[in-house]
Ligand binder design. Structure first.
Ligand SMILES: [Ca+2]
Length: 248
């Protein structure tokens, strides 16, 4: 192989692998729950733009407080590391046979289906900031489900999920801790390959006697190329090494 050809291969490998090795951010519309804008005096409102929310008033968004406030003896704390000025709340209770004030089942979820699809050769990482409400902290053992799914058979089929418990989610009810959901590398033959990516945040792992509320913020999603890219990178480096040892 001549030196010119080796040089061109190494240049190509460096370009291809260098591009593939970077994790890519996938937009999550209203992932920071900044829309619609909720006036401070309204305290909170159900629903959130771009997300499907269930459970009536049990799911919605609220403006972060400028400072800790005392509401009739209940201390509501400012969340000190919020992203932007608003966050989401979700009640921990789960009672599909019960009904909310709006007449809907007590099933509390945020979900949305993205335009992006699960691409073979990529893995996906969902990241969500979570804390517990200072005014209505969740009961011990309450769980929050963070999930990546794909639409199937008219429903949602889980690809990967993480359960966050109230005991670990809180730092004095005022500091977000970040949790991730990691998918495997998508195989070309996987049922969810090339299917739309869905994000689900829910409290459906609890029961009808579990009270309190989780707060969430800054939902982000990234795609990461499969480890084989690292081998390609090593191959690229090897070709560069061969080129440098030869006299051209
Ligand atoms: Ca936010």
């Amino acid at each position: 192989m001549n030196c010119g050809r080796i040089a061109s291969i190494s240049t190509l490998l460096t370009a291809v692998v260098g591009g593939a090795a970077r994790a890519g951010a996938i937009p999550v519309p209203n992932g920071s729950f900044e829309s619609p804008s909720v006036p401070l005096q309204d305290i909170a409102r159900p629903g959130a733009d771009n997300w499907v929310t269930t459970g009536g008033n049990n799911t919605g968004i609220f403006p972060n407080l400028p400072m800790d406030e005392n509401f009739g003896g209940v201390i509501a704390k400012r969340i000190t590391n919020a992203d932007g000025s608003q966050l989401a709340y979700i009640a921990a209770i789960y009672d599909p046979t019960g009904t909310t004030d709006n007449g809907t089942p007590i099933v509390n979820e945020f979900y949305q289906q993205l335009p992006a699809v699960y691409q073979p050769g990529q893995s996906y990482t969902l990241s969500v900031g979570v804390t517990t409400s200072s005014a209505q902290p969740p009961d011990a053992g309450a769980k929050l489900r963070l999930e990546l799914y794909y639409p199937a058979n008219g429903g949602q089929q889980s690809v990967a999920s993480t359960l966050v418990t109230s005991d670990e989610a809180s730092v004095e009810n005022q500091l977000l801790k970040y949790y991730t959901v990691q998918t495997p590398v998508v195989a070309a033959g996987a049922a969810y390959a090339n299917q739309p990516i869905g994000i689900l945040l829910s409290t459906t792992d609890n029961g009808p006697t579990i009270g309190g509320t989780f707060d969430m913020d800054n939902v982000t999603l990234a795609s990461i190329p499969e480890p084989a890219s690292a081998a390609l990178f090593a191959l690229g480096a090897l070709v560069v090494g061969i080129r440098r040892r030869r006299i051209c």
